[in-house]
Design a protein around this ligand. Structure first.
Ligand code: AHR
Length: 499
């Protein structure tokens, strides 16, 4: 049995959790939109063509924001193609994913969907093939009440009130050579500064996210951030990070240690932002938007065989297994541990495309990764306390990796404490002890466990509950000390409430 100790103090606060760290992402890609959230021909769809079964699963997740419409897609997108009467909309080539985009679903449909899904939009503008003029027009269409060409155009489309979208991404992965309209950091930094300035002239109440690196593996990482921010630090509100992990070598300990790499990535980007802050003698602290993160690798081979120029193909349809859920749990813990600087994060993506929710023509089901995302979104709101962990470590390709990843969230209003914990040991359970004497009147109300003997176990349409959480994990509290036994390879949520 492994052993670990956790130390917390209610005065040692990391920060308030911004609920937007439990965001997600819908791109015009594969079956995310078409046959995912939108399938008018389906008996499962409502009068607007939105899949009701999907809406329910999304609402259950309490997703606070959804990034849209891309991703790589946005870098070639003309948002005007997706508004107005559907019969007049033209199908176009989407060069990002080599498919046909019918444009039957666009900005207004998305905004209607967000209302039904109980979420709000994080909208991206095309800074690849387009630029300032396009960004100026779309924000006028979305956020100005009336009296101008684009605001009145929206009203003529049946939307009298503005959409009032508060959060905007200035392009997508503009550092990536694969991106349409890929730019150097100087080019992007200047364009972002000017686009941001003009968008805020139209609506000063918006917040803007500038593109950081698509991955820390790119050779331009770090200098991209520094150069971009030299230009646009004063104009933007967040800098983005994107990162996906995979178990290509089938080495589970290394794979599970990817949260160490994520931690390093966040710390590096924080340092770069603060370097520019110092250089500019600025009073403003720039926060982070980790607006694409997940496991992504299962579908690589399959996607190489896709025929070009079809509509809504099965693309990026990773079928997640149990070990993926463990890593997603560790990644959520990592995001929470940086609640002071990471204010936005989007699990990429939400439906069918590298997603927690899958659909067929006959139903929708939860992938393994749905569960840690659900638990963090529902129970991870409050104040993150510094969670000092004394855990045994193992050697991994990312350096020393602790067997235990954990974080404690205190919710003062609801008088609850929630400990999220992953035991990465594939061989042994772990006895943890946490000094909670400052919370001596708190009692354990629940201990959720997601565990499975088979790391490669999946949920499928015919076996949707193969990997599912249960309650009744082994934990107790005595004289202010919480002790628990975390099963080998398990995700745990231990909840306490003031009695
Ligand atoms: O989420 C899938 C793709 O990954 C996005 O379109 C792109 O931004 C990233 O490379």
């Amino acid at each position: 049995m492994k052993k670990a100790d956790i130390y917390i103090d209610k005065n040692f606060i990391v920060g308030e959790v911004d609920k937007r760290i439990f965001g997600s992402f819908i791109e015009h890609l594969g079956r995310a939109v078409y046959n995912g959230i939108y399938q008018p021909s389906s008996p499962l769809a409502d009068e607007q063509g939105f899949r009701k079964d999907v809406l329910k699963l999304v609402r259950d997740l309490a997703v606070p924001i959804v990034r849209y419409p891309g991703g790589n897609f946005v870098s070639g997108y003309h948002w005007e193609d997706g508004i107005g009467p559907k019969a007049d909309r033209r199908a176009k080539l989407d060069l990002a994913w080599s498919v046909i985009e019918s444009n039957q679903f666009g900005l207004n449909e998305f905004m209607d969907w967000t209302k039904k899904a109980g979420t709000s939009a994080m909208m991206a503008v095309n800074l690849g093939t387009r630029g300032i003029e396009d960004a100026k027009n779309i924000i006028e269409y979305c956020n100005i009440k009336k009296g101008s060409y684009y605001s009145d155009l929206r009203r003529s489309h049946g939307y009298e009130e503005p959409h009032d979208i508060k959060l905007w991404c200035l392009g997508n992965e503009m550092d990536g050579p694969w991106q349409m309209g890929h730019k150097t950091a100087d080019e992007y930094g200047r364009l972002t500064e000017e686009t941001g300035r003009i968008m805020k002239m139209v609506d000063p109440s918006i917040e803007l996210v500038a593109c950081g690196s698509s991955s820390p593996q790119l050779p331009t990482f770090a200098s991209w951030e520094a150069t971009t921010l030299e230009h646009c630090y004063d104009q933007v509100d967040y800098l983005s990070l994107h990162q996906y992990y995979g178990n290509m070598e089938n080495n589970t300990p290394d794979f599970l240690a990817s949260s160490v790499a994520m931690e390093e990535f966040i710390c590096s980007v924080v340092s770069i932002c603060d370097y520019i802050k110092a250089k500019k003698r600025s009073k403003k602290t720039l926060n982070l938007s980790f607006d694409e993160w997940n496991v992504w690798y299962h579908s690589f081979e399959q996607d190489k065989k896709l025929e070009r120029w079809t509509e809504a193909p099965h693309q990026l349809e990773d079928v997640y297994n149990f070990e993926d859920a463990l890593l997603v749990g560790s990644m959520l813990i990592t995001l929470l541990k940086h609640a002071d600087r990471v204010k936005i994060a989007c699990l990429a993506q939400l439906v069918n495309v590298i997603a927690p929710i899958m659909t067929s023509d006959t139903g929708a089901w939860k992938q393994t990764i749905y569960y840690p995302y659900l638990h963090a979104s529902l129970f991870g709101r409050g104040t993150v306390l510094h969670t000092i962990t004394k855990s045994p470590v193992y050697d991994s390709k990312h350096g020393d990796a602790p067997y235990l990843d954990c974080v404690l969230v205190m919710n003062v209003e609801e008088e609850t404490l929630t400990l999220f914990a992953v035991n990465k040991s594939l061989e042994e359970g772990m006895e943890i002890s946490c000094d909670l004497r400052q919370f001596s009147d708190y009692r354990i109300t629940n201990h959720i466990v997601l565990a499975h003997d088979d790391l490669k176990a999946e949920n499928t349409e015919t076996n949707p509950d193969n990997v599912a959480p249960r309650t009744g994990g082994a934990s107790s509290i005595q004289q202010g000390y919480l002790t628990a036994v975390l099963e080998r390879q398990s995700w745990n949520v231990i909840q306490l409430k003031k009695s």
